[in-house]
Ligand binder design. Structure first.
Ligand code: GLA
Length: 364
């Protein structure tokens, strides 16, 4: 059985998911292909074909000594074992065309795809939502990143030509068509991933939780601007600014959806630019490479909006561009980035595609 597990883009709504807010991601046509077979041997054999690494995991096995792709697999296997799933006697291999560390969420594609492949192959009933939640739990419990649900949810629930408006409080979603003829999403990869990414992510989450608890709220979702402003005095400046960003970003997601529904790509692009500014100045999860790419793009003809995408501190920018100007925009950004940082940026077109699916059911 072969399974395709896609990466995701996020159109807008960054660092809002773990605040029970709104996000607007979509699955893309790049991802990880898993293949599952039965061997009958004890334990499970997993092969990462692209890097020529493998692992054998037995029931009640222990985690690998250092963090790697094997940590995800081991965590998932232990959790599924607790749920009573017998994964003994399987061989799973995978290969990816998703650039790692680019902010297109290769880790969600890996975790969700692996769970999906196992439960499908073993006919174990598990909803896509439950798969997303299990992959998220593995991030928290075994990987040590207190990620939100956006990446996992988008990878599993994507639909071709549709963005996903996800309410991270109710975990309910609506699909919003996104198939403009004249515009394209261009991703530009900084090719950097700064090391503070994981710790800063958890710090931001903690700051938001502190802000919510100062106001007696469970999350920032139930806090409004008046409440925040009225209570400014009890906040440290930094916490206040970060909470304010989250409220503003939630607002931008709602406005962005209205703009999409009205085919108003100009407004949509302006909201993307404002999102970048908030992420860079207020939330402080950008870096000089991302700022340079986003700001350079924002000043080019044919770019409607540009912003950093995902957790930050590296990875990609996402740019809404006029398809007719695509080639020129791409080459201008690549050469400007090379001149400034001496790094050759990669670019990708993000085609909005189906969420995780079974490619074929051949079992040998
Ligand atoms: C990472 C996390 C997501 C989300 C984004 C920021 O991709 O995995 O849950 O918080 O960062 O929006």
């Amino acid at each position: 059985m072969k399974i395709f597990s896609p990466g995701r883009i996020n159109l807008i709504g960054e660092h809002t998911d773990y605040n029970n807010g709104f996000v607007l991601p979509a699955a893309i046509d790049k991802g990880i292909t898993f293949s599952v077979q039965r061997t009958g041997n004890k334990g499970i054999y997993i092969q990462a074909l692209d890097i020529d690494e493998s692992m054998i995991f037995q029931e009640g096995g222990t985690l690998p000594p250092s963090l790697s792709w094997k940590t995800f697999m081991a965590g998932i296997l232990l959790e599924l074992e607790n749920e009573g799933l017998d994964w003994n006697g399987l061989k799973v291999d995978f290969t990816s065309n998703l650039p790692i560390g680019s902010g297109m969420s290769s880790s969600a594609a890996l975790g969700c795809g692996f769970i999906f492949a196992l439960v499908k192959y073993l006919n174990h009933p598990m909803s896509r939502k439950a798969i997303a939640q299990l992959a998220q739990l593995v991030d928290h419990k075994y990987v040590g990143v207190r990620s939100g649900i956006m990446d996992q949810f988008a990878s599993l629930h994507g639909k071709k030509g549709q963005a996903i408006l996800l309410d991270c409080q109710s975990i309910e979603h609506q699909l919003i068509p996104f198939q403009p003829e004249d515009y394209t999403f261009l991703l530009v990869n900084t090719m950097v991933k700064h090391s503070l990414a994981e710790s800063a992510y958890n710090d931001r989450r903690a700051a938001c939780e502190k802000g919510a608890s100062l106001l007696g709220a469970n999350s920032l979702r139930t806090v409004n601007f008046e409440q925040l402003n009225e209570n400014k005095a009890i906040f440290e400046e930094d916490t206040f600014v970060k909470c304010q960003y989250v409220l503003e970003e939630n607002d931008r997601v709602k406005k962005a959806c209205q703009a999409l529904r009205a085919d108003d790509f100009i407004t949509f692009g302006q909201l993307m630019n404002a999102s970048h500014e908030g992420l860079s100045q207020a939330y402080q999860v950008s870096c000089e490479e991302l700022d340079f790419l986003a700001e350079t793009a924002q000043n080019l003809t044919g770019v409607l909006g540009a912003r950093m995408m995902g957790g930050g501190f590296g990875g990609c920018t996402i740019n809404l561009v006029k398809t007719s100007e695509l080639d020129l925009i791409k080459s201008t950004l690549i050469s400007a980035y090379k001149a400034k940082f001496g790094i050759e940026a990669e670019t990708y077109i993000a085609n909005i595609a189906e969420g995780t699916y079974v490619m074929d059911t051949d079992c040998d």
